[in-house]
Ligand binder design. Structure first.
Ligand SMILES: Cc1cc2nc3c(=O)[nH]c(=O)nc-3n(C[C@H](O)[C@H](O)[C@H](O)COP(=O)(O)OP(=O)(O)OC[C@H]3O[C@@H](n4cnc5c(N)ncnc54)[C@H](O)[C@@H]3O)c2cc1C
Length: 370
């Protein structure tokens, strides 16, 4: 069986690792001109299910490395004012495993055939049951199964399920990261919490690697090359609805909304890594009606894009990858394997989107939630 996977995000790469580990031919086609072409360096919290799905798709010899390059999530989610005084609480924080998305992608990319600069433009179903994928700047490829793991704006979805379209929640945020120095370690009470200012809120989270990723790879799996990244604080400022940056850089835009804030908070933004600060918007995709199982399917944000507020998008994409891997290697014919995957994925995917949207008002509003 030959599988073509569109999109080198966490879901597509995880599936490719899992399939190749099971002896299935799988290649990845990515639109970006290079793997590091744009900001992808924020931290993610994986729940036990997402982490197990990831492990299930990775070769066992990398499990010790994976365990070494993650961190631990814990803590209470408080609501603080801009001087760091507590004014409320958001309830218990997320527990789980914290990973850096950029580092995890590098691990997942190891040994995979990934074709960059390959933007899918459409596909055709062939008379023999196979599928031919078309790209903007390269020759078509034929496969037994085409998997659209191409994110919230999925080109595969626009052919397979054109009625399923993203919804813009109107929530905009600037995200960035700053090295975790001794000074910023003193902000630990604010990690996981929301700092509510005038019309904006700032969310902080720490990425503390159990072992620096590059050193861990050199010691535990020399065939893997991981980026030289140290501990950092991820910050995200939620802007007023439909906010934009104008001509300001992301850091300038954030600082202009923090007059008189605690000096450590201002310094955190001032000392951020400019290459890793950017404006993002929250768009969601809710899985609607199912299509009849065929040689094309979807996974991850392409079919169920969540709001990051509950931190379940990557977890669900990894769950999809592991489930599809298990369905395809279960000895059944292709269409019943794909149908079984889609039946389960639609159910938990829709639930993941609903769950994430429930939490959006509490994070996006500048007042204490009811
Ligand atoms: C700030 C932030 C924090 C988050 N925190 C968490 C968290 O704590 N926990 C959690 O579980 N989730 C979290 N998420 C969500 C998570 O990052 C996503 O749900 C997850 O990365 C989706 O993976 P994916 O593989 O489905 O899609 P993506 O990662 O979006 O990958 C899609 C890939 O497809 C490529 N592509 C697009 N179009 C084409 C095309 N036409 N042809 C070829 N390639 C194409 C893209 O370039 C991209 O590389 C967070 C998201 C954000 C933005």
């Amino acid at each position: 069986m030959r599988v073509s996977i569109v999109g080198a995000g966490l879901g597509g790469l995880c599936l490719a690792q899992g399939l190749r580990g099971a002896g299935i031919e799988a290649e990845v086609y990515e639109r970006d001109p290079a793997i590091t072409a744009r900001f992808q360096g924020y931290r993610l919290v994986l729940n036990p299910g997402g982490f197990e799905a990831l492990r299930g798709c990775l070769p066992q010899r990398w499990h010790p490395l994976l365990d070494a390059i993650v961190g631990d999530a814990y803590g209470e989610r408080l609501i603080l004012d801009p001087q760091l005084n507590q004014v409320g609480a958001l309830g218990p924080g997320r527990t789980g495993i914290v990973v850096d998305r950029h580092v995890l992608r590098h691990l997942l990319l190891t040994g995979l055939p990934v074709h960059t600069g390959a933007a899918l433009t459409g596909y055709d179903l062939l008379a023999d049951g196979q599928v031919e994928a078309r790209f903007a700047d390269r020759d078509p490829v034929t496969a037994d199964l085409l998997v659209g793991a191409d994110g919230v704006g999925s080109a595969v979805r626009s052919v397979l399920s054109p009625q399923t379209t993203p919804t813009d929640t109107g929530v905009r945020f600037v995200i960035g990261r700053t090295p975790l120095t001794d000074r910023f370690a003193g902000l630990s009470r604010a990690f996981g919490s929301k700092i509510a200012g005038d019309g904006v809120s700032l969310l902080l989270g720490a990425m503390r690697f159990r072992t620096p990723p590059k050193e861990a790879a050199e010691a535990l799996a020399p065939e893997v090359t991981l980026p030289d990244i140290r501990d950092y604080v991820r910050w995200a400022m939620i802007l007023p609805p439909n906010g934009s940056l104008g001509t300001a850089t992301p850091q300038e835009a954030v600082l202009s909304r923090m007059p008189g804030w605690h000096p450590d908070l201002r310094a955190l933004i001032e000392q951020a890594d400019p290459d890793n600060s950017t404006l993002l918007s929250i768009r969601v995709v809710e899985p609607g009606e199912r299509w009849a199982p065929g040689p094309v399917t979807l996974l991850g944000d392409a079919i169920h894009a969540t709001s990051p507020t509950r931190g379940n998008g990557a977890n669900t994409a990894l769950r999809d990858a592991d489930l599809l891997r298990r369905c395809l290697t279960g000895g059944r014919d292709l269409l019943s394997a794909v149908g079984d995957y889609e039946r389960q994925m639609f159910e938990y995917g829709a639930e993941a989107v609903r769950f994430s949207l429930e939490a959006l008002p509490a994070i996006a509003s500048q007042t204490e939630p009811a």
